[in-house]
Design a protein around this ligand. Sequence first.
Ligand SMILES: Cc1cc2nc3c(=O)[nH]c(=O)nc-3n(C[C@H](O)[C@H](O)[C@H](O)COP(=O)(O)OP(=O)(O)OC[C@H]3O[C@@H](n4cnc5c(N)ncnc54)[C@H](O)[C@@H]3O)c2cc1C
Length: 424
Amino acid sequence: MAERLTSAESPLVKVIGKPGSALAHALRDFLHRSDIPFESVQVTTDEEARAIAGVAHLHDSRLPVCVFADGTRMECPTLRQILEKLGWFKTPSRSEYDLAIYGAGPAGLSAAVYGASEGLRTVLIERWAVGGQSGSTSSIENYLGFPQGIAGAELAERAREQAEKFGAEILLGREGLRAEFMPGSGVGYLADGTRISARASICATGMEYRRLDLPDEERFRGAGVYYGAGASEAALTRGEPVFIVGGGNSAGQAAMHFSPQASEVTLVIHGSSLKETLSKYLVDRIYAAPNVEVLPCTEVVALEGDEELREITLRDRKSGRERKARTRWLFICIGGVPQTRWAVEVGAVRDDAGYIVTGPDLACVPHDHARRWPLDREPYYLETSLPGVFAAGDVRHGSVKRYASAVGEGAMAVIFVHRYLTGG
Ligand SMILES: Cc1cc2nc3c(=O)[nH]c(=O)nc-3n(C[C@H](O)[C@H](O)[C@H](O)COP(=O)(O)OP(=O)(O)OC[C@H]3O[C@@H](n4cnc5c(N)ncnc54)[C@H](O)[C@@H]3O)c2cc1C
């Protein structure tokens, strides 16, 4: 029978798809991160596909179907169509801004709030939804002022509202591809051809989840293999075994989030103990949860399935022994790689791992002579090797990879933007 799971009492959108649909997963992920109440309906037979989704059969290319509260129906919609329907697809209103911010994670959102509230004509460009990495987490428990914790999506949505209240323009579903910087101005080129001109820029593009690099990993992406804490999928795992790879706080949070629904949650970790990598409050909760098991010194080495993931192979890193486990749910939370492709072409200095180098670190990290800091004054603390271009949050070399630090750096970057713009 079709399974219905609702994220709120009055869903704004119904997403009807078959289990293991990568596009249905992407739509759920976007709606979840955007804090939009939705209902997920999984159809499993041709009859259900006809009766509930109004398509010919279960493998009809018109699936997934989205139905909005006002009756609007969209077949196999793109992100842009969804954004347009929500009234969130914006065209830049100005030919030039004071400040362009790339990436709407905590660092970018914070920069947008401070930039716009302090009178800068500010635009914030985000390739997916607001919130960044932690948009997929069910509860951020160490952010100041929220003793009971707060969902990443809720925190991000509040920040989005706040930034817009102060007049920041937010362009969602638009990816910054490359940039050109001249003294006093910069131009960002977005994937859809839009050109953004600004007197100063902040790169807050953060990190993207690291892959396991297994054969078929891409094939099962969104169809059994998920990255991050997977809050949008949690309800769908009811009564089924869930595997999480990773021993950091994000993996621990995910384990605790899945445990009330899943039949059992297995945390697969490289090391011998969680205590080396996880905050104590999470270690205590994980060991107290009856259906959470920790598999130390273990790795996932193979994925198998048909249209969706069915089975994984686990290898004991000490003995080399392998065993198979049946599951449709593998969540990968093993950190990330910085999103700095644009910086290569434009010549901004990066460290060996690809993080953007700023301020005093520019004097310490080796780089070629051509990329030397070009001005008489020293670079500001969060300024990259390109004057007027700043970096904040996880994307920055040496940053503390925490929500609060990203928010702090976003706010701090705006102070340096003011100094740069006033020539101070
Ligand atoms: C599952 C999970 C749970 C976490 N929980 C906690 C927690 O409880 N407490 C805590 O302190 N920290 C937590 N963290 C860490 C915290 O989320 C990060 O440190 C923080 O999100 C970094 O913020 P950021 O803005 O620098 O980058 P990100 O959050 O990575 O955001 C970057 C944004 O830039 C966008 N982007 C990238 N490239 C482009 C481009 N070319 N054009 C446009 N947009 C682009 C991305 O889509 C993304 O939205 C967690 C992380 C994860 C993964």
